[in-house]
Design a protein around this ligand. Structure first.
Ligand code: RET
Length: 133
């Protein structure tokens, strides 16, 4: 994920609410989460990719090897145990998250020097864009 690596600041966040409703996140947590300006830190070392989602309220970190299924525990989000697999689809780093929710996953890619992230779950799509710090 070389080109995705770096520190990124959120510039837009469309339908985070719909995505969080699809995840079954409580109204109280959604209200807090909707106000957050998120930061992404993406690193790669020795074939292991780490994606940190940082905020003043809560952080969430995943580490994985592209092409290898891993157990993802969404602690602090919807607290689920998922079987996740990250792969490259052309220049998009995509993740399929198998669990109780249908059609769950995400895609990261670079467009116009910005980091684009689509988060989807059960027909809802959240679109986030980040600029390089
Ligand atoms: C926060 C705050 C608490 C509530 C929710 C959150 C959502 C985090 C998300 C993170 C996505 C991370 C990805 C990582 C890739 O490896 C901000 C922790 C719902 C949606 C795509």
């Amino acid at each position: 994920s070389a080109s995705l690596c770096g520190t990124w600041d959120m510039v837009s966040n469309v339908n985070f609410e719909g995505y969080m409703v699809a995840l079954g996140i409580s109204p109280c947590l959604r209200k807090t989460a909707n106000k957050l300006k998120l930061k992404k830190v993406i690193e790669e070392q020795g074939g292991v990719c780490r994606i940190k989602t940082l905020s003043v309220f809560r952080n969430y970190t995943t580490s994985f090897t592209v092409g290898h299924q891993f157990e993802e525990v969404t602690r602090g989000l919807d607290n689920q145990c998922l079987k996740s697999t990250v792969t490259w689809d052309g220049d998009r780093l995509v993740c399929e998250q198998i669990g109780q929710k249908k059609n769950r996953g995400w895609a990261h890619w670079i467009e116009d020097d910005k980091l684009h992230l689509e988060l989807y779950c059960d027909g809802q799509v959240c679109k986030q864009v980040f600029k390089k710090k």
